[in-house]
Design a protein around this ligand. Structure first.
Ligand SMILES: Cc1cc2nc3c(=O)[nH]c(=O)nc-3n(C[C@H](O)[C@H](O)[C@H](O)COP(=O)(O)OP(=O)(O)OC[C@H]3O[C@@H](n4cnc5c(N)ncnc54)[C@H](O)[C@@H]3O)c2cc1C
Length: 215
């Protein structure tokens, strides 16, 4: 039985209790390394494989990160709002404090004086934004800020919305498109709490299964 698969530095590692599976993995999917359990004694059967992988990993050049630079100050609420926004939207960024050398250098390079507003955002293509609005920041880092279609028909209020196509009232969490269930902050009148979002998510799964006729 193959117990797990993992990788380090892009090199796949197979963890298995089955020698045939290991040989098949080497031949079929080009696995570089495998570990057979039990690996007693570990000094002979585990450590050399891990050492070889670590050596290969540390020998690789650093991958250049394409990232947004965010220069802010620890007492600047807008700076932390921008951090929060980028993090919540999974945008890679690096934080620089405006009163530390690298932050000062970046601000000087952008021709910004001591009176500048914070945060300052430098995008991977070199554009500089000073105290951007959320929309400006989103646009600068490539997030979508405009609806892709004219109308999103996803009302959830328990009543039959205009154009409701099913011959029944909407179920809890069901949107105005029958069979689409909506949970969390995106739902109308959500209470904006983690516990509610998680609970509604669980309900939405059950309701979707029921809609599909799952046993
Ligand atoms: C600053 C702050 C503090 C909070 N404090 C609390 C608290 O103390 N206690 C509490 O209970 N609640 C708190 N909340 C509210 C809580 O965080 C939300 O109610 C909850 O996270 C909602 O969960 P969700 O799954 O609906 O949305 P989210 O947690 O916002 O998840 C939505 C996910 O969808 C992703 N996403 C968005 N657009 C796309 C796309 N186009 N494609 C793919 N993915 C996309 C986002 O990146 C995100 O990961 C706080 C909220 C904020 C902003």
């Amino acid at each position: 039985m193959t117990a797990a698969g993992s990788s380090m530095g892009g090199r796949p590692l197979l963890l298995t209790v089955d020698t045939d599976a290991a040989i098949a993995a080497i031949n079929v999917v080009d696995v570089d390394h495998y570990l057979l359990k039990p690996w007693e004694p570990p000094e002979e059967k585990l450590d050399p494989v891990i050492d070889a992988m670590l050596e290969a990993y540390t020998g690789q050049p650093d991958v250049e990160m394409v990232e947004t630079k965010l220069i802010g100050h620890r007492w600047s609420a807008p700076s932390f709002a921008a951090r929060d926004f980028l993090a919540r939207n999974a945008v890679p960024y690096r934080w620089f404090a405006s009163d530390e050398p690298e932050g000062c250098r970046l601000l000087q390079a952008a021709n910004l004086g001591a009176e500048r507003l914070l945060p300052v955002v430098i995008t991977p293509d070199g554009s500089t934004l000073v105290a951007p609005s959320t929309t400006e920041l989103a646009n600068a880092v490539g997030l979508s800020t405009a609806p892709a279609i004219d109308f999103y028909d996803l009302l959830v209020d328990g009543r039959r919305p205009h154009g409701w196509s099913a011959d029944r009232d909407p179920w809890p969490l069901e949107a105005s498109v029958p069979g689409v269930f909506v949970a969390g902050d995106v739902r109308a009148d959500s209470v904006k709490r983690v516990a509610s979002a998680v609970g509604e998510g669980a309900m939405a799964v059950t309701l979707a299964h029921r809609y599909l006729g799952a046993p």
